[in-house]
Design a binder for this molecule. Structure first.
Ligand code: 8Y7
Length: 264
């Protein structure tokens, strides 16, 4: 899953038209590099980020979706608001990636009436406060229990289980150490019976481990994506698609016995 941010802080601003052009060009590049899904986001969910009105979010995302109509890969939209979910599904999105797991009033109703896929992600607290001293008894078990409860609620609300992907939510209310323990133990989440998505690309835990700034975390991001896939992730949400695909191709070739019949 290639990340396409359309927040003003993610593209240097030459006005709205330039921002849409830049986003579309970047989308095409992610697809060329081998992305199987694009995740388009118009709301910054970074720690401490403010909540933007739905009109603002739609104003960023809809022109990009319009320009991407007919692309070869499914489009996911990173959003939590029912108005944005409804409008972006009409505009061609087929997956809703909701870091708030359909908890905003009305979001579950809109998803029930659609036929999209949906990503439910674990978060402790909310984006403004989540990094102030997150606490768990056992991070893997607590996240698994939370995801199971949320999945049950969403299914009880009328969404078929085969539409649901689960995500441990790296960085969303977790210390660096808790993120590492969760990555190490995420194979246990496969028992929930849904495909798993993992997002670690350029995240601050990788900065904590390597001491590198956000622009210099490619190698760390690839290592993290590879560990996530080895531990059961079926989808990795990444900025750097080509490099991640190469790393995963090597792992896949080795783990699937490449060259076993062909001795060359
Ligand atoms: C994730 C995410 C972000 C993630 C899913 C960032 C929108 C922060 N992270 N969605 N979104 N999983 N499903 O640094 O880990 O990319 S935003």
């Amino acid at each position: 899953m290639g990340i396409l941010n359309v927040t003003p802080d993610s593209f240097s601003d030459g006005g709205r038209y330039a921002a849409v052009e830049a986003a579309v060009a970047h989308a095409r590049r992610l697809i060329d590099e081998g992305a199987d899904i694009l995740d388009v986001g118009g709301e910054s969910t970074r720690p401490g980020a403010a909540w933007v009105p739905p009109e603002v979010e739609l104003g960023r995302v809809l022109p990009v979706l319009d320009a991407l109509r007919g692309v070869a890969v499914p489009i996911s939209v990173d959003t939590s608001r029912p108005e944005v979910i409804a409008a972006t599904l009409r505009a061609g999105a087929s997956i809703i990636n909701d870091v708030r797991s359909l908890s905003v009033p009305g979001a579950l109703d809109v998803v029930r009436e659609a036929d999209c896929g949906v990503v439910l992600m674990h978060m402790q607290g909310d984006p403004v406060t989540m990094q102030t001293r997150p606490e768990y008894r056992d991070v893997v078990r607590d996240v698994a229990e939370w995801l199971a409860r949320r999945r049950d609620a969403v299914c009880a609300g009328g969404v078929a289980p085969d539409r649901i992907v689960l995500d441990p939510g790296f960085g969303f209310g977790k210390s660096h150490r808790q993120n590492c323990m969760l990555l190490a133990g995420m194979a246990a989440l496969s028992d929930l019976g849904h495909p798993l998505l993992a997002g670690l690309s350029r995240k601050s835990t990788l900065g904590g481990i390597t001491g590198r700034p956000v622009g210099d975390r490619l190698a760390a991001s690839i290592a993290a994506a590879l560990i996530a896939v080895q531990n059961g992730a079926r989808i990795v949400r990444v900025h750097d698609v080509a490099a991640t695909r190469d790393a995963l191709a090597v792992w896949q070739a080795v783990s699937c016995g490449f060259g076993e019949e062909d001795k060359t």
